[in-house]
Ligand binder design. Structure first.
Ligand SMILES: Nc1ncnc2c1ncn2[C@@H]1O[C@H](COP(=O)(O)OP(=O)(O)OP(=O)(O)O)[C@@H](O)[C@H]1O
Length: 258
C-alpha cells in the first residue's frame, strides 16, 4: 500500500547555509502514529516543515499519498494534510469558531468563503470538531482572549475540521494541562489518521506513539517502536546525558543525569 508520507534521501538547509537535515528516509504507512524526538536544534521542526510543504528539500523527494509534494498544488496538499504548529494567529480578532472554520478553506472552490456564513455541512463539521475539543462554550470568544491551552485546542479543532488524511503537529501538548494532554493524545490515536508529532516528553511519546523517530544533529539516530527506539544508548547520544529506563512498570520511566 502507498505510504501516507514518504521521504527518500532528503536533505535540507537554509539558502547558502549548510545542511540542517541530511540522509533522511522513512515511510509512514496510513494510520500510523509517529513521534519525532530529539534534543533542541536536532532538526525536528525543520523535518515537519519538509513534510507540510513549507521547506522544499535541497535533495531527495517528499511524497504525500504517493504524490511529490512539490508537484502538487498547495490547496490539494491542504485537503490531505493539516498542521498544528507552535506559531498561532494572535493579531486578528476572529472568534474561536471562525478560526476552526478556516479548516474548511481547502475544500472550497477558489478559496472563496464567508467565515460568518459557512454552508450547513461545513457548519456541522466545525461544530463537531469544536465539540471533540471541548470548545463549544468558547465558540464565540475572540481567539486572542483565550488561554494558551484553549488556543491550542482551537488549533487542533481547526485541523480536525480540515478532515485530512495526515495531521502534523509540532509539540501539540505544549500549554495543555495533564488531562488535556492525555485527552488530546487519546483523541489523535482514535482518529484512524496518520499522525506525525514532535514531542519533547519521552514518556508521552512512548505511550502515545506506535513508532518513534529520534533525530540527532539532523540525522536519524533511531527509528522503530518506542521500546526499540528509546533505549539508554540512543537517549544518551541524542541528549548527551546519562539515561536510565525502568521498564518494570506498565509504562517505561525515564531518568536522566548529567
Ligand atoms: N531558516 C533557517 N535558517 C537558519 N538556520 C535554521 C533555519 N531553520 C532552522 N535552523 C537551524 O536548524 C537547527 C534545527 O532547528 P529546528 O527548529 O528544526 O530544531 P528542533 O529540533 O525543532 O529544536 P527545538 O527542540 O529547540 O524546537 C537549529 O540550529 C536552527 O537554528
Amino acid at each position: 500500500m502507498t505510504p501516507a508520507v514518504e521521504l527518500c534521501n532528503v536533505s535540507w538547509g537554509p539558502a547558502r547555509g549548510p545542511d540542517i537535515l541530511s540522509g533522511i528516509g522513512f515511510a509512514v504507512p496510513a494510520g500510523q502514529i509517529m513521534a519525532i524526538c530529539g534534543a533542541n536544534g536536532a532538526g525536528k521542526s525543520s523535518l515537519l516543515r519538509l513534510i507540510y510543504r513549507h521547506h522544499a528539500p535541497r535533495q531527495g523527494i517528499v511524497q504525500l499519498m504517493g504524490r511529490d509534494l512539490w508537484s502538487t498544488p498547495a490547496q490539494a496538499v491542504a485537503r490531505d494534510l493539516a498542521t498544528v504548529l507552535q506559531e498561532q494567529p494572535t493579531d486578528f480578532a476572529l472568534s474561536a469558531r471562525q478560526i476552526v472554520a478556516l479548516g474548511r478553506l481547502p475544500h472550497r472552490r477558489g478559496w472563496a468563503v464567508s467565515l460568518s456564513s459557512p454552508d450547513a455541512q461545513d457548519a456541522c463539521i466545525v461544530a463537531d470538531a469544536m465539540q471533540r475539543m471541548d470548545l463549544t462554550a468558547l465558540a464565540d470568544r475572540a481567539f486572542d482572549t483565550l488561554s494558551g491551552g484553549e488556543r491550542q485546542r482551537v488549533m487542533v479543532a481547526r485541523a480536525l475540521a480540515q478532515q485530512p488524511q495526515v495531521i502534523v503537529l509540532d509539540e501539540p501538548t505544549n500549554h495543555l494541562d495533564i488531562r488535556h494532554q492525555l485527552e488530546l493524545l487519546e483523541l489523535l490515536r482514535g482518529l484512524g489518521l496518520t499522525v506525525i508529532a514532535t514531542l519533547h516528553d519521552l514518556t508521552l511519546a512512548a505511550e502515545f506513539a506506535e513508532r518513534v523517530l529520534v533525530l540527532d544533529r539532523g540525522r536519524i539516530l533511531a527509528d522503530g517502536p518506542p521500546d526499540q527506539a528509546l533505549t539508554e544508548p540512543v537517549l544518551a547520544r541524542a541528549f548527551r546525558v546519562g539515561a536510565r529506563i525502568d521498564r518494570s512498570g506498565p509504562a517505561p520511566r525515564f531518568a536522566f543525569h548529567l
